[in-house]
Design a protein around this ligand. Structure first.
Ligand code: BEZ
Ligand code: FE
Length: 295
């Protein structure tokens, strides 16, 4: 049967073509995609050449993907879609640690580490990061697991420079003590650019945007009976807190680097005195509480 396809009948014709989709959720998604995509095309009225360029761009994004580089995730990140999906899926009770993007550098397992370990395999660890994993009701969560990864003082992750940086540098998997406390020694990371040598980098420069993320340390905190949280702590003095290229900053996650002059404490942590201290508690919501939020 002819559909007599035109600017006015196009959307209904395509929506109708998906009406037999047996999976209800898939049908809902395909219908919404069709409606929004057609609206977008009507809005911008692309020339044939512009549409070809769009297809070429997406093709290039695909060609840039392999097992260490995921250009589609970067595209989703710089369009704010990763953070929007994260926000929709992490509606937490007030007081719980807010989530932010996982990012592409959690691609290897962090090594199990003792509390207090130095996760900097090169350079001097002069910074102590410490915190308590607790529940929204303030009770400590003993034995919580805290996964940590970060860039180094020059802004590089181990996986970005495998010939220069030792494997698993600045990564650690900690188990909090009986009071939910965790602490480790590290270096203060530098802000860094997301990989900008591909089509997403070109999109950023064509739109006058920089590729930088403010200095941060990644965490995943979790414990049985609680929803895990994927988050970062952001260094208060870092540039780009106001214009993170992937929109990952939340004010509640920004922390100062405290300068501590306390020889006894320095000795206890195994760092030279004076030292830098960052405090970052991880507040988890119990699974039942999350269910209530979604109810
Ligand atoms: C990261 O923080 O590791 C990251 C997040 C999104 C894109 C690139 C890097
Ligand atoms: Fe990062």
């Amino acid at each position: 049967m002819a559909t007599d396809f035109s600017e006015t009948t196009a959307t209904e014709a395509v929506v109708q073509s998906f009406s037999g989709t047996r999976d209800e959720r898939l049908r809902q998604i395909l219908t919404s995609l069709t409606v929004h995509l057609h609206d977008f095309v009507r809005d911008i009225e692309p020339t044939q050449r512009e549409w070809e360029q769009s297809i070429e761009f997406l093709t290039e994004v695909g060609h840039m993907c392999d097992n260490v580089r995921q250009e589609f995730i970067l595209l989703s990140d710089v369009l704010g879609v990763s953070m929007l999906v994260d926000a929709i899926n992490n509606r937490k009770p007030v007081g719980a640690t807010e989530s932010t993007v996982l990012g592409p550098f959690h691609m290897v397992d962090s090594p199990e580490s003792e509390l207090g370990a130095n996760i900097a395999l090169t350079g001097d660890a002069t910074c102590v990061v410490r915190g308590t994993v607790r529940s929204v009701d303030s009770s400590a969560v003993p034995g919580a697991v805290v996964d940590v990864w970060q860039a180094d003082e020059a802004g590089y992750y181990d996986v970005q420079q495998p010939d220069l940086i030792p494997d698993r540098n600045l990564r650690g998997l900690f188990t909090a003590d009986g009071e939910g406390q965790f602490w480790f020694r590290t270096v203060i990371p530098k802000f860094y650019p997301i990989p900008a040598d591909g089509p997403v980098g070109r999109l950023l420069s064509a739109s006058g945007r920089h590729p930088y993320r403010p200095a941060h340390i990644h965490f995943i905190g979790g414990a049985e009976g609680y929803s895990p949280v994927t988050t970062h702590l952001f260094i208060e003095s870092s540039p780009y807190l106001d214009d993170d290229t992937v929109f990952g900053v939340k004010k509640s996650l920004v922390r100062p680097v405290l300068q501590v002059d306390d020889p006894e404490l320095a000795e206890r942590y195994g760092v030279p005195n004076p030292f830098d201290l960052i405090e970052f508690d991880i507040v988890l919501d119990a699974i039942a509480e999350s269910a209530e939020v979604g109810a």
